[in-house]
Design a protein around this ligand. Structure first.
Ligand SMILES: N[C@@H](CCC(=O)N[C@@H](CS)C(=O)NCC(=O)O)C(=O)O
Length: 201
């Protein structure tokens, strides 16, 4: 897998693999040296200049972190992290999309619209970063209420939805965003995931 130690999407796949016991060979791509933006990377690995990308033995490239995890889940179904039944699979998908598209997207939008690293690839709108910060804080409150006293998003068992959400939160420190201490359900959920060995991956 073409990987970088920083970035929530490569981390998501590494954490998923650690939970599953899948040992992927990692090829380091330097964000600092902008290796992912080179013509070679874009023409042979991912035309969107993003990580992670999984290269199969026959040279096929699979981009998109969720697509990579779903592919690996098909090959390594145990332990199931995408749900056991039609209902569970729908609930994992529901929460996975909510975490990524309603909650943590706001964190990456702050970064993408403020960091010099993205100045050449994103039309940066600082007001959008400000709006995303407000939305992020609102969504944290929403998520705190939704979690209630549940250990994981679906109840008592870890699923990919938790990993997808957790990995998105790791960028918070880079945009000076913190959980309000009153959001005890969210903090409990986050700390629980952070304490799993897979979070070190
Ligand atoms: N939807 C893609 C997003 C991939 C993505 O944005 N990756 C980031 C790292 S977390 C990246 O490569 N950023 C480099 C850049 O935008 O220049 C996925 O889930 O893999």
């Amino acid at each position: 897998m073409y990987n970088s130690p920083s970035g929530s999407n490569p981390k998501k796949v590494r954490m998923y693999c650690a939970e599953k016991g899948i040992d992927l060979e990692l090829a380091h791509v330097s964000f600092g040296k902008e290796e992912h933006r080179s013509d070679n990377f874009k023409s042979t690995i991912n035309s969107l200049a993003r990580l992670p990308v999984l290269e199969l033995d026959d040279g096929t490239m699979i981009a998109e972190s969720v697509a990579i995890c779903r592919y690996l889940e098909e090959l390594h179904p145990e332990p199931p992290l995408f749900g056991n039944t039609p209902l569970e699979r729908a609930q994992v998908e529901m929460w996975s999309r909510r975490m990524e598209m309603e909650v943590t997207v706001n964190i990456s939008n702050i970064l993408r619209h403020t960091s010099p690293f993205f100045a050449t690839t994103v039309v940066q709108v600082p007001e959008f970063a400000d709006a995303s910060r407000k939305t992020a804080l609102q969504r944290f409150e929403w998520l705190n209420d939704e979690l209630g006293d549940k250990t994981y998003l679906l109840g008592d068992r870890l699923t990919f939805a938790d990993i997808n959400g957790y990995a998105g939160f790791v960028m918070m420190s880079q945009v000076e965003l913190e959980f309000d201490p009153k959001l005890t359900n969210l903090i409990r959920w986050y700390d629980n995931l952070a304490s799993r060995p897979s979070a070190e991956a």
